[in-house]
Design a protein around this ligand. Structure first.
Ligand SMILES: NC(=O)c1ccc[n+]([C@@H]2O[C@H](COP(=O)([O-])OP(=O)(O)OC[C@H]3O[C@@H](n4cnc5c(N)ncnc54)[C@H](O)[C@@H]3O)[C@@H](O)[C@H]2O)c1
Ligand SMILES: O=C(O)[C@H](O)[C@@H](O)[C@H](O)[C@H](O)CO
Length: 262
């Protein structure tokens, strides 16, 4: 076996990226598409799937959109069957759909905590469970879980999100451990602080968090959604066939940096 640049190509592969209507998921989908993959995405509402379909059309990407909620196992199983019939069985799953609730832990309702765990951790479990059997049947597959700085670090107000994303890192390692034997690679991408609607409240003009994050990031900038595309193509491709159970942090250096004295 010899390395070839063709190992990065995804021609003939079907990639499902959850929640990829905009933001990180959309740019990952665009990257996978440029590498040759056929793009499938979902959202929980028809209006947002329609919005995604228009955005892909404008971007020149042919994409197939489906309405289902990643937390609803019955709906997920039905949608995966439908996608297999319409487009083909899934070679690459990117568990991107996620939510955050920034609430001090002692003020957080258990129902809010559970909702974040449900979408950010149980959702990837349900999705992965739905695609792994066909990946085994066809001899392999790639699962990429979108983790977070909060897979490693905590901060005030994000207890549920940190618990979910820390759990997602371990789900990643467990899928790698349990299904690596079937040539399934499951890895994570841990984005740093990226300019998307999810972080819009933190980037408002004059928000102290904005300067805090710039100072914490050796690259001295917010990440852009397209910063995640190259790493996703790598982890979706044959070039990463011996990389399994890893979380690739794409954070401008945050996790490497102790910080500067004031
Ligand atoms: N923006 C950041 O700085 C950052 C950093 C690290 C990790 N992340 C993670 O990256 C992923 C994408 O983040 P983003 O910033 O682009 O987020 P976003 O909020 O901009 O987009 C998330 C997407 O998930 C969809 N979604 C939410 N719940 C869903 C459900 N139950 N079923 C189906 N779809 C659902 C939303 O409709 C939306 O399209 C998330 O998992 C997020 O936690 C984001
Ligand atoms: O409130 C927060 O601290 C942020 O929203 C983070 O959680 C990021 O979105 C991201 O996940 C970091 O990697």
């Amino acid at each position: 076996m010899k390395f070839s640049m063709a190992d990065y190509q995804l021609d003939g592969k079907v990639a499902l990226i959850t929640g990829a209507v905009y933001g990180i998921g959309f740019e990952i989908a665009r990257g996978l598409s440029q590498a040759g993959a056929t793009i499938v995405f979902n959202s929980s509402r028809q209006a947002s799937v329609d919005k995604g379909l228009s955005a892909y059309e404008v971007a020149g990407v042919k994409a197939h959109g489906y309405v289902f909620d990643v937390t609803d196992e019955v709906a997920v199983q039905a949608a995966i069957k439908q996608i297999e019939t319409d487009v083909g069985s899934i070679d690459i799953l990117v568990n991107n759909a996620g939510i955050i609730k920034r609430i001090p832990m002692v003020d957080m309702a258990v129902s809010d905590f559970r909702q974040v765990i449900d979408v950010d951790l149980t959702g990837p479990f349900i999705m992965s469970k739905a695609v792994i059997p066909s990946m085994i049947a066809k001899g392999g597959g790639k699962i990429i879980n979108i983790c977070s700085m909060m897979s490693e670090l905590g901060r005030e107000t994000v207890s549920a999100y940190a618990a979910a994303k820390g759990g997602l890192k371990m789900l990643t390692r467990n899928i790698a451990s349990e299904y690596g034997i079937y040539n399934i690679q499951c890895n994570g991408i841990g984005p740093g602080y990226v300019a998307t609607p999810q972080t819009a409240p933190l980037r408002e003009d004059g928000h102290p968090f904005n300067n805090f994050i710039l100072a914490k990031t050796p690259a001295n900038r917010w990440g852009q959604p397209c910063d995640l595309a190259g790493p996703a193509v790598f982890l979706a491709s044959r070039a990463s066939d011996f990389v399994n159970g890893h979380v690739l942090y794409v954070d401008g250096g945050i996790l490497a940096y102790i910080g500067k004295q004031a």
